[in-house]
Ligand binder design. Structure first.
Ligand SMILES: [Mn+2]
Length: 236
C-alpha cells in the first residue's frame, strides 16, 4: 500500500498525450493504494453537467481505478462538484487537508493561495471560491459558461505573461504562516509548475515543501513508500 500525489495535469481534449498518460497511470494504481489529486486535474471545468466524451472517458477511468482517490480543487477546476465526485468515487477534500503517513503529518494544498505576491489573483480568489458565486455561475447555460471560461483563460494568460516570474511563485512568508497555523512541518502542493523538494523552509531549519510538476512533456508525482516521500518525473 502506497500513497501517490499528483496535480496540474491540465487535462483537455486537445492534450491527448496527457489523457493517455493519465489513463495508463490510473491503471497501475493498485487496490489499497491512495491517490491524491491536488488540483488542476482539468484545464477547465464548466460544471458537472458538461457531459462530453472527454469527461465520460476520465470519469470512467477514475471510477474503475483500483485505489482510493481523493480530489482537491485547483484554480482551474474549482467548479468540480459532488455530482462528478460521486460518479467517479472521488472524495472531495477541503483546500487544506492533513494526512498522516507513518510518523509524519503532511499538509496538502493546491498552492495558489501561497502565491501572495500575485495580488490581482489573491483579491479575486475568495469570490471564485464563494459557494453563492459558484451557484450563480453554474445556473448559466453551458455555452455562456464556456465563453466566460475562454475569457478567463485569455485574461489569465495575459496576466501571467505580464507578471514577473517571481510573483507567480509562493512566498516564504505564506509557506511559514500556513505550516505554523496548521502545526505541520511537511507540505505537498502543486500549481507553480516548479517541481522541487525544498528542505528547511522554517526559521528553525526544519520543514519540507515538496512541489509537484505539471504534466506536459513528462508526468510528475510524489510517491510514498515505507514512509519516504520521493518526487519523480516519468515519461507519458
Ligand atoms: Mn493551479
Amino acid at each position: 500500500m502506497a500513497h501517490y500525489f499528483i496535480s496540474d495535469l491540465h487535462l483537455d481534449p486537445s492534450r491527448s498525450h496527457c489523457i493517455e498518460g493519465f489513463l495508463r497511470y490510473l491503471s497501475k494504481i493498485q487496490a489499497g493504494d491512495q491517490l491524491y489529486i491536488l488540483g488542476d486535474l482539468f484545464e477547465a471545468w464548466l460544471g458537472d453537467d458538461d457531459d462530453t466524451v472527454f469527461t465520460q472517458t476520465i470519469a470512467c477511468a477514475l471510477k474503475t481505478c483500483a485505489g482510493t482517490l481523493y480530489f482537491m480543487h485547483g484554480n482551474r477546476d474549482f467548479l468540480l462538484g459532488e455530482a462528478f465526485a460521486k460518479r467517479c468515487d472521488l472524495t472531495l477534500l477541503p483546500e487544506h487537508h492533513q494526512i498522516t503517513v507513518g510518523q509524519e503529518t503532511i499538509l496538502l494544498m493546491h498552492g495558489d493561495s501561497l502565491c501572495t505576491d500575485d495580488t490581482a489573483y489573491i483579491q479575486i480568489r475568495p469570490m471564485l471560491r464563494d459557494p453563492s458565486f459558484q451557484k450563480q455561475l453554474l445556473a448559466k447555460p453551458i455555452l455562456e459558461r464556456k465563453a466566460i471560461a475562454l475569457d478567463a483563460r485569455a485574461e489569465s494568460q495575459a496576466h501571467t505573461s505580464q507578471t514577473k516570474p517571481a510573483i507567480m511563485d509562493v512566498t516564504p512568508q505564506a509557506v511559514r504562516d500556513v505550516l505554523q497555523s496548521k502545526q505541520c512541518q511537511t507540505m505537498i502542493h502543486g500549481h507553480t509548475h516548479r517541481p522541487f523538494d525544498h528542505q528547511s523552509v522554517l526559521a528553525n531549519k526544519i520543514g519540507r515543501r515538496l512541489v509537484l510538476g505539471d504534466w506536459d512533456d513528462e508526468g510528475w508525482h510524489i510517491r510514498e513508500s515505507n514512509g519516504t516521500l520521493i518526487l519523480e518525473a516519468f515519461a507519458l
